[in-house]
Design a protein around this ligand. Structure first.
Ligand code: IPM
Ligand code: MN
Length: 332
């Protein structure tokens, strides 16, 4: 069966790593029909399009979206992030941001293996708030956090479902319930409610500041973590840093209800400072594409690609891609 994939290479190193990811996953034998979408900061500077409703409607027809990275220093912060990336997350209802972390953290002698499930459609990301008297001494800026019972429950339920299928069967909720008492209270109550439906899954809770210490000093304690959108954003950069670096950190923006395509992208950004130097590690993009294969039901192909990435490869962007493609081809 052929899968229709929308490719958004994007800006900076995005197109470079996406090309390598496609090269590698094609060697697994899956049948992919790809269509390139020219979107990102460069496109915006050319003709003003960020993500029109027509393009969004077009994207909905695909089985999945593979994205490199978007954002360029010539465009003010927020324009492409909100107008393209967050618009896709919200409009396509990609309410799960799944980010796996496996590796040996600095100073440790054995690998950890945990997954962060970040809520991806609510929290401080929704853009609630505004500004008054901008530029004056009386300026007021507010930025709220939106947490719905439905949104909190579906992400927590997903985390428990995932943990049920993992050997350790453990979920940690990460929040800041001691200060964010309104949102924290909702999260805490829903967490307990959902936990009651999964008696085999053990639970813990960490405040987000303490979790930062544990990510570095005791990452082995974690199996599945479920957290709010902004805490998840920050924690997953730290997760990357203690798990082999941001060059291997993959992510999946999932719509588990499958009312539209899910989107797969590395955790890293467009890294304009290294464009064209061959320094970008495509492994994060390759592993994100492997997750896409899983979501498309191509489990064997996904496993081949992940196995190929298990032993790190060094070299330039295309050398790493070539070597991973060779390994996948040899094993398939
Ligand atoms: C991420 C990124 C995005 C986010 C940015 C680019 C909007 O940092 O995917 O982690 O904050 O979610
Ligand atoms: Mn981030």
């Amino acid at each position: 069966m052929s899968h229709n994939i929308a490719i958004i290479g994007g800006d900076g190193i995005g197109p470079e790593v996406t090309a390598e990811a496609l090269k590698v996953i094609r060697e697994s034998g899956v049948d992919l029909a790809t269509t390139e979408f020219d979107l990102g900061g460069a496109r915006y500077l050319r003709d003003g399009e960020i993500l029109s409703d027509a393009t969004l409607a077009d994207l909905r027809r695909y089985d999945a979206i593979l994205l490199g990275a978007v954002g360029t220093p010539e465009v003010p912060p927020g324009v492409i992030e909100r107008g393209l990336l967050l618009k896709m997350r919200f409009e396509l209802d990609l309410y799960i941001n799944q980010r796996p972390f496996a590796g040996v953290a600095p100073g440790h002698d054995r690998p950890h293996d945990f997954v962060v499930i970040r809520e991806n459609t609510e929290g401080p990301y929704v853009g609630e708030g505004g500004v008054l008297r901008r530029g004056t001494l009386h300026e007021v800026a507010t930025q709220g956090s939106v947490n719905t019972r439905m949104g909190v429950e579906r992400v927590i339920r997903y985390a428990f479902g995932l943990a049920s299928a993992r050997p350790r069967q453990h979920v940690t909720m990460v929040h800041k319930t001691n200060v964010l008492t309104f949102a924290g209270d909702l999260w805490q109550r829903v967490f307990q409610l959902v936990a009651a439906d999964f008696p085999a899954v053990a639970t813990s809770y960490n405040h987000v500041d303490a979790a930062c210490i544990y990510f570095v000093q005791d990452p082995h304690r974690y199996d599945v973590i479920v957290t709010d959108n902004l805490f998840g954003d920050i924690l997953t950069d730290l997760g990357g840093a203690v798990s082999g670096g941001i060059g291997v950190a993959s992510s999946a923006n999932l719509n588990p209800a499958r009312t539209g395509p899910s989107m797969f992208e590395p955790v890293h950004g467009s890294a304009p400072d290294i464009v064209g130097t061959g320094k970008a590690n495509p492994t994060a993009a390759v592993l994100s594409a492997a997750h896409m294969l899983d979501f498309l039901g191509e489990f064997a192909a996904a496993e081949l690609v992940r196995t190929a990435c298990a032993d790190p490869v060094s070299g330039s962007t295309s050398e790493i891609g070539d070597e991973l493609a060779r390994r996948v081809s040899a094993a398939s």
